[in-house]
Design a protein around this ligand. Sequence first.
Ligand code: SF4
Length: 334
Amino acid sequence: MITVLNQTVASKKKPWQIELSQAKLSLKELLDYCQLPMDNTFIDHNDFVIKATKNYLSCIQKGNPKDPLLLQILPTIEENKIIEGFSNDPLQEKSQNPQTSIVHKYNNRILVVATGSCAIHCRYCFRRHFPYEQNRHSTKQWLKTIDYLKAHPEVDELIFSGGDPLSLADSTLSLMINDLENILTIKTIRFHSRIPVVLPSRVDQDFLNIFKSCTKKLIMVIHSNHANELNSAVKQACLSLHEHNFTLLNQSVLLKTINDDSRVLIALSHRLFDCNVLPYYLHLLDKVQGAAHFDITIARAKQIYTQIQANLSGYLVPKLALEEPNESNKTIIM
Ligand code: SF4
């Protein structure tokens, strides 16, 4: 039975919803919080505004303009440079968008762009120009997604992405998970979310209860780039997810001046393991316009990776990968 999304639940906002609703910041507010002076290399970006949760901000070292967490959210004039080889749709997802809100790139799995909303705006995001407006998720779209799954029995995994799927209301997520329970060809439900890292209060009991009777395999790929992001609240959220049958994996992006250093990535792997999360992918940057200043060469990436391999047990070493448009799988570099 298909249920209806977006039911209005007359209830008070939860702490995570309040924190999420307060995540937009002006450049001045961000700099004031970080106790930093205005600089003419910083910009107030109108199309991709500054967004960060209180939890994430609390992990930034005040007074440090090079803080690796700050650099992930601070817009600079570098974003306005048009760089050859960088585009608005680096993975050419528009051509793999068979119907609104679905990306079907790999044979056995589809990606559902469940929402355009995120709890943080990462300046390197490869979907920063994604046409979310044209891919707005709705009850109608979700019903079409269910029809699509019925017509494609080869799809055994559904990936909720976004935006950030954990920004959806519990009622919406719950209805989706219930509907998927009836699609027998779906064996695995995977979430790609940065919310356990930036808004760990979202992983509350109501959220966990949604999955109580779910019979599918559950995977949560958190997206953390630096060990400083993984404070005790994040660790608790990860442990709770693990206790509720989620397999936890991490995907990082290799970012210049943020984590392009083997010591930083080794510390990240250790901290992830503390949180019951296994390192999964270390991605080269997707070449999206506005993010070229985060890019590093493949040669440098290989150098860093060799140092990681030499200093970590194999299970703590993520795969070094990049994604290329129209390829049937990720390209594993090492
Ligand atoms: S989709 Fe992910 S990487 Fe992009 S802004 Fe949202 S949280 Fe950041």
